[in-house]
Write a protein that binds this ligand. Sequence first.
Ligand SMILES: Cc1cc2nc3c(=O)[nH]c(=O)nc-3n(C[C@H](O)[C@H](O)[C@H](O)COP(=O)(O)OP(=O)(O)OC[C@H]3O[C@@H](n4cnc5c(N)ncnc54)[C@H](O)[C@@H]3O)c2cc1C
Length: 470
Amino acid sequence: MKIVCIGGGPAGLYFAISMKRRDPGHDITIVERDPIGATYGWGVVFWDEMLDVLYCNDPDSAREITEGAVLWQEQDIRVGEETAHFGGYGFSIGRSELLDVLTRRATDLGVHIQHRKQVDDLAEFADADLIVVCDGAGSRLRQLHSAEFGTEVRMGENRYIWLGADKVFEHFTFAFEKTPAGWVWFHAYPSGTGISTCIVECRPQTWVELGFDAMDSTDSVAALEKIFEQALDGHKLIGQSRGEPARWSVFPEVTNESWCHGNVVLAGDAAHTTHFTLGSGTWLAVIDAIVLAQSLYDHPELPAALAAYDEQRRAELRAIQASARASMAWFEHVDRYLDRGAVSLAYAMSIRQGVQTPWRYQRYLAMQHAAVRRVSCALGAVRRFYLAARRGQIALSVGALTGRRGLPARPARDAERPRDRLGAVVSRAVGARGDPAGPIPLSPVAAAMHHRKTPPVGQEWAKTRTNRVD
Ligand SMILES: Cc1cc2nc3c(=O)[nH]c(=O)nc-3n(C[C@H](O)[C@H](O)[C@H](O)COP(=O)(O)OP(=O)(O)OC[C@H]3O[C@@H](n4cnc5c(N)ncnc54)[C@H](O)[C@@H]3O)c2cc1C
């Protein structure tokens, strides 16, 4: 099959990898407007359940993602001087590191990648059997066919800016600071050697009154360093990653009534966005990529394959986007919780999706004690060990348990793997949940693949086996 992907982000690259894993004979070209190595943004978070999915679909890239990731443990929610705590853990990898891994892997598998080429219409790809439009939230190519896709874009109210910081936050940290113009807050997490990701957000009136509407990136960064002097312990914010200087933005919520039109199909942010407080857009894009590749593998006829992908993923995204909308709206009204103190605010934040399991509040109160958090950390380490062993990451390193940089990097071990491994892994991921106040753990995202009936089993796939303990 001759396939063109417009956009070399996580959706396009991982789709190309997933297709080649199922059938190396596909002729796949990715067209990307940016030069190689240039991208926007900082670290993206993910959870163990996503690693299960990645290891099942392509162990080679999963291993490299694992090696490039950092672990964060516990969550702190600071309101002025007061701090509330949650247990739990997750991982983070720099967006640029992730794209480097995926670009390398796609190239090794024989995918052609053309950088520095912006696509403005699809006419030049008339000879392609399939065109995957994965050019991000502001997709120009989706806009060309917005009537056919039934596109709706609703802008969020809050202003945000995606920055780095030279402070290494060991915990996933929310910090709220009161200014004369209203509250400004960030959430931050470690995302590489010596740096953290730091996303700053505020209400639009606050943003205008603080003069951010008239400042460039450098002045904004300087003003924010002052506001967050205490929370940053005097460390610096960084306004530029590999791409352009960071800019203030508003979040676009993208929905589409149909994800395919003829031989053109949407994937990733071009098809749907989920507010960044869910921390799942990248991995939703990756799951789109896997499901699309699998649909094409399962259905020899292109229209049937696209219809199956469209039906499955759109239905799955409905609930996830509803959660994301609730999360975005919660932060648009966060002022009403901020006079209650950190402990009360943090709990309200943790149930902003409306999920209140039995004993949740009692567990949360217990977590305010350092000794309980230490026990929770130890249990988290055991869980990580078990999950890593189960997915075949042998030679588990001490670092994986202690939270030092890097997850265990291990070669996959040869062992028999049942054909339905991916389906089983995804189903299992559905059951697991973290307890974060911040981003939603990836299980609901992985749940997106819950009803996969059969796994991807291409020839190469069947040869590459990883160990599994169950
Ligand atoms: C502040 C913030 C924090 C986030 N944090 C997280 C997180 O912690 N975890 C997480 O999972 N997700 C996170 N996300 C979401 C994540 O960044 C996106 O969901 C993800 O990048 C989507 O991948 P994609 O491949 O669909 O699109 P993109 O990553 O946007 O890639 C699209 C690519 O297409 C290229 N392109 C665009 N137009 C053209 C054109 N006309 N021709 C050729 N190429 C083109 C672009 O250069 C780009 O490389 C965050 C997002 C934001 C804004």
